[in-house]
Design a protein around this ligand. Structure first.
Ligand SMILES: [Mg+2]
Length: 369
C-alpha cells in the first residue's frame, strides 16, 4: 500500500428525504421529514466511505441547501489531500466553515470511514476501542398530546425501552401531566427531560418541583434555559439538586469551556452533527477531563451518522448516557450492514470502517435539490 492510496480522489453527495413516523416536535420547532444528504468519498485506491449531513434548522440554523453549498465548497479543499492527516484536515474544515458543523460532520465521517476501511479496522478502533460492547439507548418521545404520549411510550416500553427522553418546553403544567402519566403507567422507567431552551428560570424550577412531587425518576434535565444563560443553569444545578445537561449551550469547544468555567452543567450532550466529528471527539475528551459526564446524541439521523457516534462511544469509552435512537423514529432504513438494534440495545460491529452500504446512493449531478 503506497502513501498515495490514501489520497482523496472523489466526493459525491446524495440528498435524501427521510419521513419521520411521528412529527419530531421540540420546544423550538419541528421536523416531519428529515432532509439529509449522504456523502460518498473515494480514495485513490478505490476504497469508498460514507458520511451523513443531517441539519436540523430549528436547532442549529442549518438547512440542507446551505449545508450542501458548504459541503461542495469544503470538498475542493479535501480533494488531493491524504486521509492519513485527518486531524489537520478537520482543523482546516473548522477554520474554513465554523458555522457549518453538519456539512463538516458528513465529510469527516466519510473521510474516516474510507480511511479505516482501507486499513481494514472498524472505525471505533481509531479512537482506541476503550469500551466495545452492546449499549442501551434512550428513546425520544416528542411533544404531543398526553394520549399520544402514552400510546407511544407503551409501544416502546413493550419493546424493552426503560429510559424515555421526553421533549418538553411548551407548557410546564402540560409537560408535568405527560410525565406523571408515564410514571404511573410504565413501571421502572427513568426520564431524560429535554426542554430545548423552552423554560424560564422560574418555569424550570417549578417543573423540577413538580416532578419531585410525584416522585418521577429524573436522570437529568437537558438545556432547560436559553443557551447563553449559563448563570441560570448554574443556579438550577446548585439550588434544585438536579443534574443539568448542556446541549445548545455547548456547540463548540469554546462553548464547552464557558460551560465548564460557569459550572453550568453536570453532563454535556455531544453531537457530531452539532459540532463536527473531530471537534465533537475533542469536546468529549475535554468534558471528561473536566469531570463532566458525557452523553452522546444526534439530530434526526440515519444509522450512518448515528453509527459514527456509537463508534465514538465504543472508542473513547466513559460515555454515560446514549441518546442514539433516531433511526428507530424513521419510516425506513436506507442503510444495510453496520451496527444493529435489538430492543433498546445497540450491538457493535466488527467489520472495517462503519461497515455500511447504501444501496440507493445516487450521486446528485447538480446543485438542484
Ligand atoms: Mg437536546
Amino acid at each position: 500500500m503506497s502513501a498515495s492510496s490514501f489520497t482523496v480522489a472523489n466526493i459525491e453527495f446524495c440528498p435524501l428525504d427521510l419521513p419521520i413516523t411521528d412529527p419530531f416536535v421540540v420546544a423550538t420547532g419541528q421536523l416531519q421529514v428529515a432532509k439529509n444528504v449522504f456523502v460518498r468519498l473515494t480514495l485513490h485506491d478505490g476504497t469508498t466511505g460514507y458520511g451523513e449531513i443531517a441539519p436540523f434548522p430549528a436547532i442549529t440554523g442549518e438547512d440542507r441547501e446551505n449545508s450542501l453549498k458548504n459541503a461542495r465548497s469544503l470538498r475542493e479543499h479535501l480533494l488531493g489531500q491524504s486521509a492519513l492527516q485527518y486531524q489537520r484536515l478537520g482543523h482546516e474544515l473548522t477554520e474554513r466553515a465554523p458555522d457549518a458543523p453538519a456539512a463538516r460532520c458528513g465529510l469527516e465521517t466519510a473521510l474516516l470511514d474510507a480511511l479505516t476501511r482501507t486499513l481494514c479496522v472498524p472505525l471505533w478502533a481509531l479512537w482506541g476501542g476503550a469500551d466495545v460492547r452492546a449499549r442501551e439507548t434512550d428513546i425520544t418521545i416528542p411533544i404531543a398530546s398526553p394520549e399520544r404520549t402514552l400510546e407511544l411510550a407503551r409501544q416502546w416500553y413493550k419493546r424493552g425501552f426503560r429510559l424515555f427522553k421526553m421533549k418538553v418546553g411548551h407548557d410546564v403544567d402540560e409537560d408535568l401531566r405527560r410525565i406523571d402519566t408515564l410514571h404511573r403507567h410504565c413501571a421502572g422507567v427513568a426520564f431524560v427531560i429535554d426542554a430545548n431552551q423552552g423554560y424560564t428560570r422560574e418555569e424550570a424550577a417549578a417543573f423540577i418541583q413538580g416532578v419531585n412531587r410525584f416522585g418521577g425518576n429524573l436522570l437529568l434535565l437537558e438545556q432547560p434555559l436559553a443557551k447563553h444563560d449559563l448563570e441560570g443553569h448554574a443556579g438550577l444545578k446548585r439550588d434544585c439538586h438536579v443534574p443539568i445537561a448542556a446541549d445548545e449551550s455547548a456547540q463548540s469547544l469554546r462553548d464547552l469551556q464557558a460551560v465548564i468555567r460557569h459550572r453550568a452543567a453536570d453532563y454535556v450532550n455531544i453531537k457530531i452533527t452539532k459540532s463536527g466529528l473531530l471537534d465533537g471527539a475533542l469536546m468529549a475528551t475535554a468534558a471528561k477531563a473536566a469531570g463532566l459526564q458525557v452523553m452522546l446524541g444526534g439530530m434526526v439521523e440515519t444509522r450512518v451518522a448515528m453509527g459514527c457516534s456509537y463508534g465514538l462511544a465504543l472508542g473513547i469509552g466513559g460515555c454515560s448516557v446514549l441518546d442514539l435512537d433516531t433511526p428507530l423514529l424513521l419510516e425506513t432504513d436506507p442503510v444495510t450492514g453496520g451496527y444493529a438494534y435489538e430492543g433498546p440495545l445497540l450491538l457493535p460491529w466488527h467489520g472495517p470502517g462503519l461497515d455500511f452500504d447504501i444501496p440507493s446512493f445516487q450521486a446528485a449531478t447538480s446543485d438542484r435539490l
